[in-house]
Design a protein around this ligand. Structure first.
Ligand code: GLN
Length: 317
C-alpha cells in the first residue's frame, strides 16, 4: 500500500503535521511562558514546532521545528538513561522510587511525609536531583561533560551545548530546588556537595535542543534503544523500557493521567516548552511550544499531540 513507500509517507506525514500545526497553534493563547526562571520568559509565546522521526529514520517537521530551546525536565529522562547506563539500575532505584506523585514537579511535601523518605520517581525534581548526583565524575564539569557526550550520541551530533543565560538565570533564582536538595542531603541521598549537585542539575536542564532532536530520541525509545537514523543501538533495551514506563505514569507530573487518557503514549515535558513522545515501534514525536498550562506542560504542544494521536491512531495505552 502506498503508505509503505517512504516518499509517499513523508509527504503525507508532512501534510498531517502542517494541518495539525495550523489547528493547534491557537491553543498557545491558553498558556503562559514560564517566568520563575527569568530567562525563560523571553521565549515567543506563540511559537509551535512539530517533528516526527519514524521507524525508518525519516524526519518530517512543521512550524518552529528548528528553534532551539532548553530541554529542562526532559533532561530527567536523559539523565536517568545515562546513569542507568553508567551505574546500573540498582544505583538509581535504591535511592529513588518508581511511583507517581500527583503533585507538581517541584513539590517537596512528600519527602518528609512518605514512609520510605526517598523521592517518588526520577522525573520529579527531587528524584532528578538524586540522579544528577549519581553521574560519574569528580567535578560538575566532568559530570556534565559525560552527560553531554551521552546526549550527543542520542542526537547524532557532537555540538550539544547549553544556553548559558538560562543556566545562570536558574542558578541565581532556584530557592525551591535548593530547599529540595538540602532536604535530600539531610536524608543522606546527596552524598556530594549540594551546590555542585545542583550545578549539574541546572546545566543538564539548560541543554539546547529542537523539536527534531526530541523526535529522534523518541524514535530511539520507540525501538527500545536502536537509532533508526544510524541503525546503531544507543540505549540498552531495558533502560529504554524503564524510561518509557516512568514517562507513562510520571512524565507530565500532575497532568500525566489526563495525558494518558487524551493521547495514550509515553511522553515527557519540560518548562522550556518541549514535549518528547514515543510510539512503540512506530515513531518519536518532538513538540515545542513555550506557553505552558497550569501543570507546566506546553499548551499548544498538548493540543498538537491530542490531534496527532487521533489522526494517526497512535494510542498504545
Ligand atoms: N529546571 C526546571 C526546574 O527545576 C525544570 C522544571 C521542568 O521542566 N518542569 O524547575
Amino acid at each position: 500500500m502506498s503508505l509503505s513507500l517512504p516518499g509517499t509517507y513523508n509527504r503525507r506525514m508532512t501534510e498531517v503535521l502542517r494541518q495539525i500545526h495550523a489547528r493547534a497553534v491557537t491553543a498557545a493563547a491558553r498558556g503562559t511562558v514560564a517566568s520563575y526562571i527569568p530567562a525563560l520568559s523571553l521565549a515567543d509565546p506563540g511559537a509551535l514546532g512539530l517533528a516526527v522521526v519514524d521507524a525508518d529514520g525519516c524526519t518530517c517537521a512543521a512550524g518552529d521545528s528548528g528553534t532551539r530551546f532548553t530541554v529542562q525536565s526532559i533532561s530527567k529522562v536523559l539523565a536517568l538513561a545515562y546513569v542507568m547506563t553508567e551505574r546500573g539500575e540498582d544505583a538509581v532505584f535504591s535511592r529513588v522510587g518508581k511511583e507517581p506523585t500527583g503533585d507538581p514537579f517541584n513539590s517537596i511535601i512528600r519527602l518528609e511525609t512518605s514512609a520510605g523518605q526517598k523521592p517518588f520517581n526520577p522525573l520529579i525534581n527531587a528524584g532528578a536531583i538524586v540522579v544528577s548526583s549519581l553521574m560519574p565524575g569528580s567535578t560538575p564539569a566532568e559530570a556534565i561533560g559525560g552527560f553531554l557526550a551521552f546526549t550527543g550520541r542520542l542526537l547524532g551530533r557532537s555540538d550539544v551545548s547549553l544556553d548559558e543565560s538560562v543556566y545562570a538565570s536558574e542558578k541565581a533564582t532556584a530557592a525551591r530546588n535548593r530547599s529540595i536538595a538540602w532536604f535530600l542531603k539531610e536524608l543522606g541521598l546527596v552524598p556530594a556537595d549540594v551546590e555542585d549537585t545542583l550545578d549539574v542539575y541546572f546545566r543538564q536542564c539548560a541543554v539546547l535542543v529542537d523539536a527534531v532532536d526530541l523526535a529522534r530520541i523518541g524514535a530511539e525509545l520507540s525501538l527500545d534503544g536502536v537509532d533508526p537514523v544510524s541503525g546503531a543501538r544507543v540505549l540498552d533495551a531495558r533502560t529504554a523500557r524503564v524510561c518509557k514506563s516512568l514517562m507513562v505514569t510520571c512524565g507530565l507530573y500532575d497532568g500525566s493521567g489526563e495525558f494518558a487518557v487524551d493521547v495514550g503514549v509515553p511522553a515527557k515535558s519540560g518548562v522550556g516548552g518541549g514535549i518528547l513522545a514515543t510510539v512503540r515501534d512506530r515513531m518519536g514525536i518532538g513538540v515545542y511550544g513555550p506557553a505552558l498550562d497550569a501543570h507546566g506542560n506546553s499548551a499548544a504542544g498538548l493540543e498538537a499531540l491530542r490531534l496527532l494521536s487521533a489522526e494517526l491512531d497512535l494510542r498504545v495505552l
